[in-house]
Ligand binder design. Sequence first.
Ligand code: ASP
Length: 441
Amino acid sequence: MLKVCKFGGSSLASGEQFAKVKEIVKADSARSVIVVSAPGRRFSGDSKVTDLLYLCHAHIQYGVSYENIFAMIEERYNEIKQTCGLTLDLEAEFAEIRSHMGKRMSIDYLASRGEYLNAKLMAEYLGYAFGDAKDWLFFGYDGKIDLDKTYEAVGELIRKHPRIVLPGFYGSMPDGSIRTLSRGGSDITGALAAAAIDAVAYENWTDVSGILMADPRIVDKPKSIERITYAELRELSYMGAEVLHEEAVFPVRMKDVPLYIKNTNDPSAPGTLIRESFDEEVDDERSATHFITGISGRKHYTVISMGKIGMSGEAGFLRKALAITEKFGVTVEHVPTGIDSLTLVMPTGKVERCLPELVAELKAACQPDTIKVTGDISLIAVVGRKMAFRLGISGRLFANLGANDINIRLIEQGADEIIIIVGVMDSDFEKAIQVLYYSFT
Ligand code: ASP
């Protein structure tokens, strides 16, 4: 019954943050596999150690002294060591890293040292073992993670050392050299460890109390989402919400390990639980009044509407239109239709370079009676698995937008009924999100 806990950079940015992590880990004996990032920012304007390591590498390449930057990195770890009263021989660790410094030094090796050193310090602080990721997170020659080999190796390691700290963000290539994951990749490391051992939970500790119901830059102190499915998460993040990277969660999703997003600075806050699905009854009972999981949206869409009498009876009309957008390499995100009308909704950034030519070709190929282009449209997604079969949700949604003088330019509902999308003018974007948020919370 082990839990895997991943702590992000801001949770490990200083000795003071290390102390919070220790308290969290010691509060639950199941928290036995700890995955760490490198020290992140302590305050706004501060640097992440990973960024400093990349900068160091750039200086080496340009033949410029890296001493000042490396000294800043050393200083970050020395502070943690002193504040936490640790004995790790950091001077020897720094000397080892320096011995690799030269023009041919691998950038991945240097960048990975951020996590490596933090994990060593954390292992000593917690009294846990240390499991170097080079010995268990394996890449194939194609640069992809070798899942079978990795699961087997980390599973065995954890069986041997059930209380262990693992550095995130890197692993090794078949030739033994270090390779890093994409930025923020410690989330992936944690998910791999959790999936490998079928953990009872994967806790992702960060500096926010879970995923928020709306963008806090638009809605004042939005509530956090207690429970969300992966399908809802996908809709919210596609429409602009900043949440976990999909690649980061696929291992735990595949094994259906419950994934929690928790706040190191407010550990008693419930955070967000993410799962493939939830038990309906529990779900209903817990949130009888919450039909909406979250709201997100994106600005800057262009909409092309075509009208033609008899369109619905003309075989191939939609195909002809989409063949042209495809030819221009423009993605059409939505296609709301009427009996004799068709609307193509496209991100402005993708279509603006070729808009006049695209419209001309649509006219020639589809021969519409009317064609109209509207720019500056925003799409807003109201997402909620509990909306399906529930009467009155869309009624409330449209009525409240109307009552607040927000004109709805288009409407779409996903086939699985977990999402309703409304298009409004860009100038109404923030107001519409606020109206919808307060209508459903
Ligand atoms: N330290 C790495 C980064 O800043 C990886 C991580 O934190 O997940 O991207």
